[in-house]
Each structure stands twice: as C-alpha cells, then as structure tokens.
Design a protein around this ligand. Sequence first.
Ligand code: BGC
Ligand code: BGC
Length: 448
Amino acid sequence: MIRCMATDTRGGTNPIPQFPADFLWGVSTSAHQIEGAADKREPSVWDAFTEEPGRIKDGSTAAVACDHYHRYPEDVALLRDLGVGAYRFSISWPRALSPGGLDFYDRLVDELVAAGIRPVPTLFHWDLPLAVDKEGGWLNRDTAERFAEYAAVVAERLGDRITKWITLNEPAEHTLLGHALGTHAPGRQLMFDALPAAHHQLLAHGLAVRALRAAGVADIGIANSHGPTWPASDEAADVEAAGFYDLLLNRLFADPVLLGQYPEGLGELMPGDVDADLKVIAEPLDWYGINYYAPTRVGAPQGADIQFGGFTLPAELPFSVREIEGYPVTDFGWPVAPEGLTELLTSFRDRYGDRLPPIVITENGCSYEGIDDQERIAFLNGHLRALHRALEAGVDVRGYFVWSLLDNFEWAEGYARRFGLVHVDFDTLERTPKASYGWLRDVLRTQS
Ligand code: BGC
Ligand code: BGC
C-alpha cells in the first residue's frame, strides 16, 4: 500500500489557512447509509435492490447499518465534540411516509439544536420509496410532483428549527449509476434512455424549491456532484470525448439549474414541455452545493468495457475513462488530486459568472482502512488548502462538509469502503474516532 501524502502538500504541516469567520464547517451522512431500523419504515428501492443476489459486493444489507436511528444521541455528541457548526443528513422519504416516521427527525433535529449544531437535511439521497418506483419512479413525471408534496410536509413539520435545506443529492450519479448503468438501485440499464430520470429529478428539485419557499423556509440549495474532466491527450478525439463527459457530469445538471437551459441540444431528448419545466428548474437558489471527490481523465472510446471507480462502463459509450497516473489513490482507487477542487471552483465561477450563487462544498472525502488514518488527514489537509486557494482566487465559497461522519453502507460496495472520520465496528456498532477526527477537531479549534 502506498502510504500517501496528498500530492498537494504546499504548506506541509503549517496550520490550515484561516477561513472567513462565518464559514460553515460540517460533516455529511445519508439516511440509508447510516440509519438502519429498516423495519420501522416503508421499503425503498435500495432494499429491493439489495435483496437481488450479487448486487452488493460483500452481500451485506443496510437493515441495521450504523444503527444511527437508535444511537443518534451518541452520534450528535461526536459531532459536538468535533466542533462542527452544521450537520448534513438526509431524510428518508420512505420513513417520512411511515406512520410516525418524521418523529425520528424531530428528535434528531432537537438533539442537534440543543448541541448548537445547525441541521442541514437533504430531502432525497437515492432511497426512493419502492411504491413510488413501482409507478415508474423517476421515469414518471408524477414523481416530481409527489416529491414536492413530501418536501412541503417535511417543511411543515421541521421548518421551525431548520435554517438550511438541500433538495436532491447528486442526480447525476443517481441517473448514471441507478438508471443508465444499473449498478445502483433501482438497477435500470437504460443507457441514454435514462435521460428522462435526469429531467424528472431536476423538475422535482425546482418544484421542491417552490414548495419549500411556499411553506416559509429559506436558504435552499442542491448537492450536485462535479469534478474537472481532464482530456487524455490534446488530440481532437480525446478532447471531444472529454467535452462530452463534462457535458454529462457537470453541465447536464448545472446548466438547467443555474442558466435555465440544457446544454448542446440535450433538451430535445427530454420529455414533456421542457421550456416550461426549465423555468421551474431554474428557480433561483440561495446557494449551490458541490460534492467533489476527484477529477476524471477521459479519452476517445477504446472499444472495451472499463472498470472504473467500482463499476463497469460499457464499451459502447462515446468516451472512455483513463487512469490518472502520478497521483496517490484511495482504497477505492480514486486519485487524490486536491488541485482539482481549486480548478473546479474557478471553472464554475468562469462558466456561470453572476448566475452562480455562493457555493458550499457539501461532500468531500476518501475511503481508507484503519483508525490511524494518516492518508485521510493528508487528503483533508490538501483539499482544505486547495479550497482556500479558490477563496483567494475570489470564488465565493461559504462552507465545507466532510463525507462522512461514520463508516457506513457504501451502496453497492457494502461496508467494504470506509469513508468515516469515526470508525464503526459493524459487529458491535462501537464507534471509535479515527486520527482524522482528532486532526479535524484541532483544525476547527483554530478556525472561527
Ligand atoms: C464517484 C464520484 C467520483 C469518481 C472518482 C465515482 O464513482 O461516484 O463521486 O468523483 O468515482 O473518480
Ligand atoms: C454520495 C455518497 C457516497 C459518496 C462516496 C457520493 O457520491 O453522495 O452517498 O457515499 O459519494 O461514494
């Protein structure tokens, strides 16, 4: 194993530079990945997917996960001791549909507020109610309307204590992995016929923004996954393929939200009255959330399936993903390239100009084994410096959330990938703060 330093060690062991006094520091989780207590909610697409043989690499399920549903006071105490100002979690739509299901979030939010931590819920982090999927899920336009109704119910119940909201988590990944490639729930392999699922999620986002505002809440954003695309070479075929990948990963989800248009004619492939829908999708946001993990190196198709980031990209795609050489990699095989974060943020500022609201990094993190996780410290160290350089370059970034508080159910990987600042023993459910937890706590003490 390479005991890696983040490649960007400018500043070395110097203190992390000072961020603005009102900068929001947090950590992120999602409901399906940590809560457990699956018997106390309606089933989701992930429950059904997990039951299919071979879908989850280690054969595990999220029925118990971190048992956060029962152990949330301990987890909130970990957040408090870490010294974060905010906690990003997600509300399980299937739990919200269950009788008394929202009581859990009521208790969690009270516990957070009492600990002086700002609750930042995401309304959809991939766990669609199975009953909604049976009616077509994200391929059905009605799902967008139903999502907005659910958003209004949550705002009604929790809006008195929640001052920051996120509609969707990563519709790009949910479309690609869940609907195009089928390596995530709901397991559809529609390739480019998955585009309606993208459109309906975007529409759901816009309708939910309106519903939340109508319910009287403010400070609303979305958490989109983005990363810079690095062409494999400067040959035209590679540059073109990289541009197409950038279109799918970055622009397909940012352009409609920020500019009210689909890029490069993609709107023609979308269902419904697209022009009218785009007006809803582009409902102005208070801030824009970016989940950043790594850049992607992309070249022309190579005529063979590619193993990438834990899943297979079929040969018929009009691009191929290439290895990024010369960088350390995480246990997941993702390159550690902090400068990609600076590049991404400055390119967003250049691309969207004054249409870009303030940015919050809603996820950034890495998977490594071990409790003495020096690699995670190096990763976070490098990325905080890279983030600070974006601020110095004039990008308006207001917050940073680490993925994740706890080791958790890493989707199709099961429990094999550990992203937590806190180790979880999945036999005893015991929590043990890792070295990175102590490191981040010390950093946060020098901020604010
Ligand atoms: C993840 C992305 C990540 C990429 C790294 C994908 O599987 O979902 O968030 O940026 O791999 O190359
Ligand atoms: C997702 C998380 C996931 C993380 C690491 C993001 O794509 O929002 O749910 O655990 O990346 O793969």
